[in-house]
Design a protein around this ligand. Sequence first.
Ligand SMILES: Nc1ncnc2c1ncn2[C@@H]1O[C@H](COP(=O)(O)OP(=O)(O)OP(=O)(O)O)[C@@H](O)[C@H]1O
Length: 894
Amino acid sequence: MDNHIHGVPAVSSKRAEAMSALPKIKISDPSNRHPNLIDAFMQSPSHQTQPKSSVDPVGLPFSPQVSSSALGPKRSASARKPLPTSPNRSRDHGLRVPASAALIHSDDKSRERRKVIGNYILGKTIGAGSMGKVKVAHHIKTGEQVAIKIVLRQNPDSQKLKATSQEALKAAQSEKNREIRTVREAALSTLLRHPYICEARDVYITSSHYYIAFEFVDGGQMLDYIISHGKLKEKQARKFVRQIGSSLKYLHHNSIVHRDLKIENILISKNGDIKIIDFGLSNLYMRQSRLRTFCGSLYFAAPELLSAQPYIGPEVDIWSFGIVLYVLVCGKVPFDDQNMSALHAKIKKGAVEYPAYLSGDCKSLLSRMLVTDPLKRASLDEILTHPWMNRSYDGPPPSFAPERLPITLPLDQSIIKEMNGFDFGPPEKISRELTKVISSEAYQSLAKTGFYSGPISADKRKNFFEFRVRHATQDIENPILPSLSINSNIYDAFHPLISIYYLVLERQQYDKRGSWNRYVKTPVSSVPSSPIQTQSFSRSLPPMPELSDNRINSKGNEPNDDELSGITRKLSLIRGKHSPETQSHFSSPSTLEKKSSSIFRRFSSRRKPNRSSSSTRSSSSTLQISAPLEATQSPVVPRAKSSSKPPISYKNKAGNSGNIGRSTSVREGRYAGVDKMLNSPINDNTLTSGVPPAVQHNRLLNPRGASLGRGTVADATFKQKQVLNDTMGQSLGKHAEAKSQEKIDPIKPVFLKGLFSVSTTSTKNTESIQRDLIRVMGLLDIEYKEIKGGYSCIYRPQGNIPSTLPSTPSKANFNAPRRHPSNGSNFSTDSYGLVADNAQVGNTENLVPSVLTFEIYIVKVPILSLRGVSFHRISGNSWQYKTLASRILNELKL
Ligand SMILES: Nc1ncnc2c1ncn2[C@@H]1O[C@H](COP(=O)(O)OP(=O)(O)OP(=O)(O)O)[C@@H](O)[C@H]1O
């Protein structure tokens, strides 16, 4: 077993020196492990224009004397969606950033000291997962809001690397794998262009962290949506489901499998469309090959993953898609149990209960998706053409894949050079392999016989089939999925190298033209006689530490990664440019969905005025939540206790139990191993490596909420406190001081596209809702403090959260997962494999539920004279959170 971490030299001693040498993206060591990255930046316009001290990307103070001209490299023009500086705009997460960079520098007071990463000023934490934290940030120049995912890098000085124990090796491997995933996520997210997929704007790498800046999706999480609405009407769900289907079609078409599709990874944009996030577990697939990383989130994981059966890829997304559909239309997961092994068994058995209210078509579709045998499970095409999917629509959702022409030789080396981050190896190797694929009989014969997107003729089918079968007999130990055995389109996941070649080419073309011709899908009927002409763009990648050889084998019992090429990994960095034209495309993807059954129509059709005039956002409606409270930082507010306990500040509580749990994904989960480990005792020593505090907490305390994220964190408690502090956005040192009701500002208009249901809106006035909220938070022992527009909350469960009180039946049509408080047991949660690696199943009563952090906003719907509450989860187990939010709604009696 190779436990050496390649290409990761020590950096700490030269960090300060390098900081002053590199102006914008400071790589800590001149002999850094990312020479390509350094080169790229040194050659970039940003380097030439920026004074040395302008920005410290690793969180050092923003230098006030920097001139505005030094702000942000021109080429990193991630300003597709410049935001107004209106104080009325939607949740700003506690950070005010003027659109003019000069404003930022006009004041050299210490209060201007902010954390800056590249072109972005970091704000508060808006999410936390197994990979790390996600913070809101604003572009220094444009004010554009982004969400920056921050992932810890492996510390080359880590003692773990020198240790020889199995546990240390495992931990080191785990960190390494986390890095690989991060790089892959960055590489993919910067290449993908789809209206329903969250796109990365920039990637920054420092000696200690990765920072991936994503477009900010500000309509909330689908999970919150479900909490607000309960289950959705099928018509409403259809819109979302079609969008998810469209995204998957695009991904699979490009040889990409998401592998972590779940309700938490679906966000809603301001204009009411979905955005899929979190490509941390995604990978490239090949029809002739099998993936062997058994990862995902347990509730959403396909049965074959639990049995550690190698898989092609798309089929596991389809299962997860089925679970998501079920959650949307039923308001609960189809397989649930507090006992881990029982839950595994249920998923593997796949017996789904369909509520009587589901339509026949919906049941029919679900029953084709939630098929335990992947060979019999519906293909994506079958799903997308299913009658339920197309009711009231003209046809299946489009993939939004751009028009493509066949690739011809010689290859464009500028593209090859940019095909980094996917473990393809050096350019020469990529070139060699790709040439082989293109020269293959199968590819050539398809190229000659034409390119078709519709049903294929028997002859063509035969060609394809023969090709597949030939390869199958050589490479595949399992039968090929019928739905994947035949290509109906040469561009459809023919080979990962081809897919990435196209994606890079399209990115280059986009960068060159500033437009993205993705919506014109014209069947190509001829083969070009010359190579595809391309323009290069900068996509420089630092080298990635090589994977060690201790990959999982097909038995699923070793750390592993997918094996597509098995060659040296390269880090990837893309600095994509984005143009307004693209934004205009993306601002209204729904226009392509001709008969969208928008659940938002109710509001959007009525209201157009009164939006922030400076807004350049294209959304047809604007979510504007303004503070009922003072805009300045408010002191920590005690619970308005109805109980006799004294108010407790965050600080007091965080010091005791600042653990954040969250339902997360199994980063390298081995569900097969899970089964084996079900009776293993918890071993703390194996848990902490490199995993964010939330995850560590989950690992320690929450068998089903844990994640197999990687990395090292030596002092979990400290980090947990840090996360809490960050999460809460201000220091925790102050004692609580109740705010009087008079301090509440009138709520400014909020315009929400259907984000409310009867359960979350009310004709009550603001003060009344606030009073109720404080009462309920006190009742439920929820710590809170006032923030702009609402409350920032921490819940540290002492026991279970009853989903309802007998006396207060839920108004929300919400079916929380069963969490029985009896016998003092705690929740078990919604995740996932690692847990089982460390937990004693059948002993769930010993598990401690995770801490939940979330926000509650009081909002106003002006035309309807309604007020309401809106939830936003920051961290903690999704289903516990869902239960708690439901309970709050019940008690509020809006
Ligand atoms: N682009 C975005 N816009 C707004 N919020 C985001 C964005 N990306 C992530 N978030 C928030 O951060 C949370 C964590 O993000 P993400 O799922 O990517 O992290 P993770 O560490 O990979 O999580 P997990 O362990 O569940 O896989 C999300 O649930 C969401 O609330």
